[in-house]
Design a binder for this molecule. Structure first.
Ligand code: NAP
Length: 251
């Protein structure tokens, strides 16, 4: 049955940034599809845990601005659920400042969380996939700014464009091991990440007017693509970043 291909029954997923927004939505969708989720967050994912139940969701507290936390994330995931099948690199930050005066701190902080830790966490999880010998699924949360320049967000654009690039690199290297590496590029979604943008009346109206679907996206809008890329239904999809954007990129 085709719907069985989308099942995540028996799978264990790591989702970073699981306390809120898109990471919380993806965690919920994975549990509904049958998976157990290790949610990684720097603040406790209390709301997500209450929503999904302690049997289905295990919270690991880690600040992903440093790669030092990676061995602990892997070890705790294995100790708790015994294996890893799926990784969603969702945690991310954005800093807004005119490029003419953009600070080194705003550059480094974004690149560290959105790119450096993503690469090395992905590497560590892929090493675990190889140990298990069962392949696996990596989903990188990209952005419209994996395709476009954006305004006043140079480090974010650099990180998200690079994410789309390494999604292809890693897919090229690891497809032979049964590891699928793909991305999801969300459009403009109503989460903490876009709060400042939505509060700016002029920018908010401009953005809304350009979205063919005529509304901001929600975490629920991402769930179908996430389950697809985490499941056997996408076994022959490698290195591609799918836009879930209400038509923004096609415009
Ligand atoms: P969000 O609500 O701000 O969520 C970001 C998540 O990342 C939060 O859980 C946050 O934790 C976590 N995080 C940030 N820095 C971290 C760190 N150092 N260590 C551990 N966790 C950290 O925004 P969102 O919209 O759900 O964003 C999720 C992903 O989607 C991000 O990669 C973002 O760039 C991407 N994205 C969002 C949109 C959009 O329109 N919303 C569009 C394109 C792409 P805290 O709550 O503790 O900060």
């Amino acid at each position: 049955m085709i719907l069985d291909q989308f099942s995540l029954k028996g799978k264990v997923a790591i989702v970073t940034g699981s306390n809120t927004g898109l990471g919380q939505g993806v965690s919920r969708a994975f549990v509904e599809a049958g998976a157990k989720v290790v949610g990684v967050s720097r603040r406790p994912s209390t709301e997500t845990e209450e929503m999904l139940g302690k049997d289905n969701f295990y919270n690991v507290i880690a600040d992903l601005s440093s790669t030092d936390v990676i061995p602990g994330v892997i070890q705790k995931s294995i100790e708790h659920y015994g294996r890893i099948d799926i990784l969603v690199n969702n945690a991310g930050i954005i800093k807004r400042q005119d490029s003419i005066e953009f600070s080194e701190e705003n550059w480094d902080s974004v690149i560290n969380v959105n790119l450096k830790t993503v690469f090395f966490l992905t590497q560590a999880v892929a090493q675990q996939f190889l140990k298990q010998g069962t392949g696996g699924k990596i989903i990188n949360i990209a952005s419209m700014l994996s395709y476009q320049g954006g305004i006043r967000v140079p480090s974010y654009t650099a990180s998200k464009s690079a994410i789309r690039g390494i999604t292809m690199t890693l897919a090229n290297e690891w497809a032979k091991y049964g590891i699928n590496v793909n991305g999801i590029a969300p459009g403009y979604m109503a989460t903490n990440n876009t709060q400042a943008l939505r509060q700016d009346e002029e920018r908010s109206a401009d953005i809304l007017a350009r979205i063919p679907a005529g509304r901001w996206g929600t975490p629920a809008d991402l769930e179908g693509a996430a389950v697809f890329l985490a499941s056997a239904a996408s076994d022959y999809v490698n290195g591609f970043t799918i836009a879930v954007d209400g038509g923004w990129l096609g415009r």
